[in-house]
Write a protein that binds this ligand. Sequence first.
Ligand SMILES: NC(=O)c1ccc[n+]([C@@H]2O[C@H](COP(=O)([O-])OP(=O)(O)OC[C@H]3O[C@@H](n4cnc5c(N)ncnc54)[C@H](O)[C@@H]3O)[C@@H](O)[C@H]2O)c1
Length: 243
Amino acid sequence: MNGRRVLVTGAAGGIGRAIVADLLLRGAAVLATDVDADGCARLRGRFPGEPIHVVPLDLTAPGAPRRLVAEAADRLGGLDGLVNNAGVEHRAPLDEHSTADWARVHDINLTAPFRLARAAAPVLAGQPGAAIVNVCSIAVTGFAGQAAYDASKGGLLSLTRALAVELGPRGVRANAVCPGFIDTPMLDAGGLRELAEKVAARLPLGRCGHPEDVAAAVGWLLRAEAGYITGQALFVDGGMVRA
Ligand SMILES: NC(=O)c1ccc[n+]([C@@H]2O[C@H](COP(=O)([O-])OP(=O)(O)OC[C@H]3O[C@@H](n4cnc5c(N)ncnc54)[C@H](O)[C@@H]3O)[C@@H](O)[C@H]2O)c1
Protein backbone atom coordinates (compact mmCIF):
# COMPACT_ATOMS: atom_id res chain seq x y z
CA MET A 1 0.00 0.00 0.00
CA ASN A 2 3.09 2.22 0.11
CA GLY A 3 2.14 5.69 -1.06
CA ARG A 4 -1.39 4.65 -2.06
CA ARG A 5 -4.05 7.30 -1.40
CA VAL A 6 -7.37 6.16 0.00
CA LEU A 7 -10.63 7.87 0.97
CA VAL A 8 -12.43 6.08 3.84
CA THR A 9 -15.97 6.95 4.96
CA GLY A 10 -17.44 6.13 8.37
CA ALA A 11 -13.88 6.39 9.60
CA ALA A 12 -14.77 7.26 13.21
CA GLY A 13 -16.81 4.07 13.67
CA GLY A 14 -15.66 0.67 14.88
CA ILE A 15 -14.81 -0.87 11.51
CA GLY A 16 -13.77 2.48 9.96
CA ARG A 17 -11.10 3.11 12.61
CA ALA A 18 -9.68 -0.37 12.04
CA ILE A 19 -9.60 0.19 8.26
CA VAL A 20 -7.77 3.50 8.72
CA ALA A 21 -5.26 1.95 11.16
CA ASP A 22 -4.58 -0.98 8.80
CA LEU A 23 -4.06 1.30 5.79
CA LEU A 24 -1.71 3.63 7.67
CA LEU A 25 0.26 0.67 9.04
CA ARG A 26 0.82 -0.53 5.47
CA GLY A 27 2.08 2.84 4.27
CA ALA A 28 -1.03 4.33 2.67
CA ALA A 29 -2.11 7.97 2.99
CA VAL A 30 -5.71 8.39 4.09
CA LEU A 31 -8.47 10.95 3.92
CA ALA A 32 -10.83 9.86 6.68
CA THR A 33 -14.35 11.24 6.97
CA ASP A 34 -17.34 10.82 9.28
CA VAL A 35 -20.42 12.77 10.36
CA ASP A 36 -19.38 12.28 14.00
CA ALA A 37 -17.35 15.43 14.79
CA ASP A 38 -16.14 14.17 18.20
CA GLY A 39 -15.15 10.86 16.64
CA CYS A 40 -13.24 12.76 13.96
CA ALA A 41 -11.39 14.75 16.62
CA ARG A 42 -10.42 11.51 18.42
CA LEU A 43 -9.27 10.03 15.10
CA ARG A 44 -7.02 13.03 14.49
CA GLY A 45 -5.33 12.55 17.87
CA ARG A 46 -4.93 8.81 17.42
CA PHE A 47 -2.41 8.76 14.58
CA PRO A 48 0.12 11.54 15.29
CA GLY A 49 2.65 12.07 12.52
CA GLU A 50 0.82 9.72 10.13
CA PRO A 51 -0.34 10.83 6.65
CA ILE A 52 -4.00 11.22 7.58
CA HIS A 53 -6.44 14.06 6.89
CA VAL A 54 -9.72 14.04 8.78
CA VAL A 55 -12.84 15.74 7.39
CA PRO A 56 -16.06 15.82 9.45
CA LEU A 57 -18.92 15.67 6.95
CA ASP A 58 -22.46 14.38 6.51
CA LEU A 59 -22.34 12.32 3.33
CA THR A 60 -26.02 12.98 2.65
CA ALA A 61 -25.57 16.77 2.47
CA PRO A 62 -26.08 18.25 -1.00
CA GLY A 63 -22.81 18.19 -2.96
CA ALA A 64 -20.93 16.48 -0.12
CA PRO A 65 -19.57 13.47 -2.08
CA ARG A 66 -18.23 15.63 -4.90
CA ARG A 67 -16.59 18.07 -2.45
CA LEU A 68 -15.11 15.20 -0.50
CA VAL A 69 -13.54 13.53 -3.54
CA ALA A 70 -12.10 16.87 -4.68
CA GLU A 71 -10.69 17.50 -1.20
CA ALA A 72 -9.21 13.99 -1.02
CA ALA A 73 -7.55 14.33 -4.43
CA ASP A 74 -6.27 17.76 -3.47
CA ARG A 75 -4.92 16.91 -0.01
CA LEU A 76 -3.53 13.49 -0.95
CA GLY A 77 -2.28 14.54 -4.39
CA GLY A 78 -4.60 12.11 -6.18
CA LEU A 79 -6.69 9.09 -5.29
CA ASP A 80 -6.12 5.34 -5.72
CA GLY A 81 -8.84 3.90 -3.50
CA LEU A 82 -12.32 4.55 -2.14
CA VAL A 83 -13.79 2.65 0.81
CA ASN A 84 -17.53 3.17 1.26
CA ASN A 85 -17.83 2.06 4.87
CA ALA A 86 -20.25 4.56 6.50
CA GLY A 87 -23.59 3.00 7.31
CA VAL A 88 -26.53 2.97 9.67
CA GLU A 89 -28.56 0.07 10.99
CA HIS A 90 -32.33 0.20 11.46
CA ARG A 91 -34.37 -2.50 13.12
CA ALA A 92 -38.18 -2.52 13.22
CA PRO A 93 -40.95 -4.87 12.12
CA LEU A 94 -42.14 -4.18 8.58
CA ASP A 95 -45.33 -2.40 9.67
CA GLU A 96 -43.27 -0.07 11.85
CA HIS A 97 -40.79 0.77 9.12
CA SER A 98 -41.62 4.36 8.17
CA THR A 99 -40.95 5.66 4.69
CA ALA A 100 -38.70 8.29 6.29
CA ASP A 101 -36.60 5.53 7.93
CA TRP A 102 -36.38 3.71 4.60
CA ALA A 103 -35.21 6.90 2.85
CA ARG A 104 -32.65 7.80 5.56
CA VAL A 105 -31.11 4.32 5.54
CA HIS A 106 -30.93 4.27 1.74
CA ASP A 107 -29.50 7.81 1.59
CA ILE A 108 -26.58 6.83 3.81
CA ASN A 109 -26.03 3.17 2.92
CA LEU A 110 -26.68 3.21 -0.82
CA THR A 111 -27.09 6.67 -2.35
CA ALA A 112 -23.95 8.12 -0.71
CA PRO A 113 -21.72 5.27 -2.02
CA PHE A 114 -23.27 5.72 -5.48
CA ARG A 115 -22.59 9.47 -5.43
CA LEU A 116 -19.06 8.94 -4.11
CA ALA A 117 -18.25 6.29 -6.71
CA ARG A 118 -19.64 8.53 -9.46
CA ALA A 119 -17.51 11.45 -8.29
CA ALA A 120 -14.40 9.33 -7.70
CA ALA A 121 -14.48 7.31 -10.95
CA PRO A 122 -12.79 9.95 -13.16
CA VAL A 123 -10.14 10.57 -10.50
CA LEU A 124 -9.48 6.84 -9.96
CA ALA A 125 -9.49 5.98 -13.68
CA GLY A 126 -6.00 5.49 -15.00
CA GLN A 127 -4.36 5.21 -11.55
CA PRO A 128 -2.52 1.87 -11.50
CA GLY A 129 -4.35 -0.54 -9.18
CA ALA A 130 -7.30 1.79 -8.53
CA ALA A 131 -10.03 0.12 -6.49
CA ILE A 132 -13.33 0.67 -4.72
CA VAL A 133 -14.40 -1.43 -1.74
CA ASN A 134 -17.99 -1.21 -0.52
CA VAL A 135 -18.75 -2.46 2.98
CA CYS A 136 -22.03 -4.34 2.58
CA SER A 137 -23.25 -6.91 5.10
CA ILE A 138 -24.32 -10.48 5.57
CA ALA A 139 -27.73 -8.75 5.66
CA VAL A 140 -27.73 -9.03 1.85
CA THR A 141 -29.08 -12.54 2.53
CA GLY A 142 -32.19 -11.06 4.23
CA PHE A 143 -33.23 -11.04 7.90
CA ALA A 144 -36.55 -10.32 9.64
CA GLY A 145 -36.96 -6.83 11.11
CA GLN A 146 -34.48 -4.98 8.93
CA ALA A 147 -36.15 -4.47 5.56
CA ALA A 148 -34.60 -1.06 4.85
CA TYR A 149 -31.10 -2.03 5.99
CA ASP A 150 -31.09 -5.33 4.10
CA ALA A 151 -32.44 -3.73 0.92
CA SER A 152 -29.86 -0.94 1.11
CA LYS A 153 -27.01 -3.44 1.50
CA GLY A 154 -28.40 -5.66 -1.26
CA GLY A 155 -28.53 -2.58 -3.46
CA LEU A 156 -24.95 -1.74 -2.52
CA LEU A 157 -23.84 -5.23 -3.57
CA SER A 158 -25.59 -4.82 -6.94
CA LEU A 159 -24.05 -1.36 -7.31
CA THR A 160 -20.63 -2.94 -6.66
CA ARG A 161 -21.17 -5.44 -9.47
CA ALA A 162 -22.35 -2.71 -11.85
CA LEU A 163 -19.28 -0.59 -11.00
CA ALA A 164 -17.00 -3.58 -11.59
CA VAL A 165 -18.36 -4.09 -15.09
CA GLU A 166 -18.53 -0.43 -16.05
CA LEU A 167 -15.26 0.76 -14.51
CA GLY A 168 -13.12 -2.33 -15.18
CA PRO A 169 -12.22 -1.13 -18.68
CA ARG A 170 -11.05 2.13 -17.08
CA GLY A 171 -8.73 0.22 -14.76
CA VAL A 172 -10.87 0.48 -11.62
CA ARG A 173 -11.81 -2.65 -9.66
CA ALA A 174 -14.87 -2.75 -7.37
CA ASN A 175 -15.54 -5.35 -4.69
CA ALA A 176 -17.75 -5.77 -1.65
CA VAL A 177 -16.94 -6.98 1.83
CA CYS A 178 -19.89 -8.49 3.68
CA PRO A 179 -19.28 -8.60 7.44
CA GLY A 180 -21.28 -10.86 9.73
CA PHE A 181 -21.69 -9.83 13.38
CA ILE A 182 -18.73 -7.59 14.19
CA ASP A 183 -18.12 -6.27 17.69
CA THR A 184 -18.62 -2.49 17.18
CA PRO A 185 -20.91 0.22 18.61
CA MET A 186 -23.38 -0.64 15.81
CA LEU A 187 -24.34 -3.82 17.68
CA ASP A 188 -25.45 -1.72 20.67
CA ALA A 189 -27.05 1.06 18.62
CA GLY A 190 -29.05 -1.51 16.66
CA GLY A 191 -30.01 -3.52 19.78
CA LEU A 192 -28.23 -6.49 18.24
CA ARG A 193 -25.64 -7.39 20.87
CA GLU A 194 -27.60 -10.15 22.62
CA LEU A 195 -28.64 -11.73 19.32
CA ALA A 196 -25.09 -11.40 17.93
CA GLU A 197 -23.56 -13.16 20.92
CA LYS A 198 -26.12 -15.97 20.76
CA VAL A 199 -25.61 -16.47 17.00
CA ALA A 200 -21.82 -16.15 17.26
CA ALA A 201 -21.60 -19.01 19.75
CA ARG A 202 -23.13 -21.34 17.12
CA LEU A 203 -20.96 -20.18 14.21
CA PRO A 204 -18.31 -22.47 12.70
CA LEU A 205 -15.67 -20.07 14.08
CA GLY A 206 -17.56 -19.63 17.36
CA ARG A 207 -17.19 -15.88 17.91
CA CYS A 208 -18.22 -12.40 16.77
CA GLY A 209 -15.81 -10.79 14.33
CA HIS A 210 -13.35 -8.06 15.29
CA PRO A 211 -13.19 -4.80 13.30
CA GLU A 212 -9.64 -5.82 12.35
CA ASP A 213 -11.01 -8.95 10.60
CA VAL A 214 -12.99 -6.69 8.26
CA ALA A 215 -10.16 -4.18 7.86
CA ALA A 216 -7.79 -6.96 6.72
CA ALA A 217 -10.21 -8.00 3.98
CA VAL A 218 -10.80 -4.40 2.85
CA GLY A 219 -7.05 -3.70 2.78
CA TRP A 220 -6.32 -6.85 0.80
CA LEU A 221 -8.97 -6.05 -1.82
CA LEU A 222 -7.35 -2.63 -2.27
CA ARG A 223 -3.88 -4.09 -2.79
CA ALA A 224 -2.15 -5.24 -5.97
CA GLU A 225 -2.36 -8.89 -4.81
CA ALA A 226 -6.11 -8.67 -5.52
CA GLY A 227 -5.49 -7.08 -8.93
CA TYR A 228 -7.47 -9.70 -10.90
CA ILE A 229 -10.47 -9.68 -8.55
CA THR A 230 -13.46 -7.50 -9.28
CA GLY A 231 -17.24 -7.67 -8.83
CA GLN A 232 -16.89 -10.06 -5.88
CA ALA A 233 -18.43 -10.23 -2.42
CA LEU A 234 -16.06 -11.40 0.31
CA PHE A 235 -17.98 -12.57 3.39
CA VAL A 236 -16.15 -11.91 6.65
CA ASP A 237 -18.61 -13.71 8.87
CA GLY A 238 -16.98 -16.61 10.72
CA GLY A 239 -18.85 -19.01 8.43
CA MET A 240 -22.32 -17.60 9.19
CA VAL A 241 -23.49 -17.66 5.58
CA ARG A 242 -22.73 -21.41 5.49
CA ALA A 243 -24.02 -22.30 8.96
N1 LIG B 1 -20.89 -4.13 13.11
C1 LIG B 1 -21.46 -5.08 12.40
O1 LIG B 1 -21.83 -6.13 12.93
C2 LIG B 1 -21.66 -4.91 10.91
C3 LIG B 1 -22.12 -6.03 10.21
C4 LIG B 1 -22.31 -5.92 8.83
C5 LIG B 1 -22.03 -4.74 8.18
N2 LIG B 1 -21.58 -3.66 8.88
C6 LIG B 1 -21.33 -2.43 8.13
O2 LIG B 1 -20.03 -1.98 8.40
C7 LIG B 1 -19.97 -0.57 8.26
C8 LIG B 1 -19.31 0.06 9.50
O3 LIG B 1 -20.13 -0.26 10.60
P1 LIG B 1 -19.61 -0.26 12.13
O4 LIG B 1 -20.00 -1.56 12.72
O5 LIG B 1 -18.22 0.22 12.22
O6 LIG B 1 -20.65 0.79 12.72
P2 LIG B 1 -20.39 2.19 13.45
O7 LIG B 1 -21.74 2.68 13.80
O8 LIG B 1 -19.38 2.01 14.52
O9 LIG B 1 -19.76 3.06 12.27
C9 LIG B 1 -20.51 3.62 11.22
C10 LIG B 1 -20.01 5.02 10.98
O10 LIG B 1 -20.74 5.63 9.90
C11 LIG B 1 -20.91 6.99 10.25
N3 LIG B 1 -22.03 7.61 9.53
C12 LIG B 1 -23.34 7.34 9.70
N4 LIG B 1 -24.08 8.19 8.95
C13 LIG B 1 -23.22 8.99 8.29
C14 LIG B 1 -23.37 10.08 7.39
N5 LIG B 1 -24.59 10.51 7.03
N6 LIG B 1 -22.28 10.68 6.90
C15 LIG B 1 -21.03 10.26 7.29
N7 LIG B 1 -20.83 9.25 8.15
C16 LIG B 1 -21.90 8.63 8.66
C17 LIG B 1 -21.18 6.97 11.75
O11 LIG B 1 -20.97 8.23 12.35
C18 LIG B 1 -20.22 5.90 12.22
O12 LIG B 1 -18.98 6.43 12.68
C19 LIG B 1 -21.42 -0.10 8.04
O13 LIG B 1 -21.65 0.13 6.68
C20 LIG B 1 -22.23 -1.29 8.52
O14 LIG B 1 -23.49 -1.36 7.89
C21 LIG B 1 -21.39 -3.73 10.25
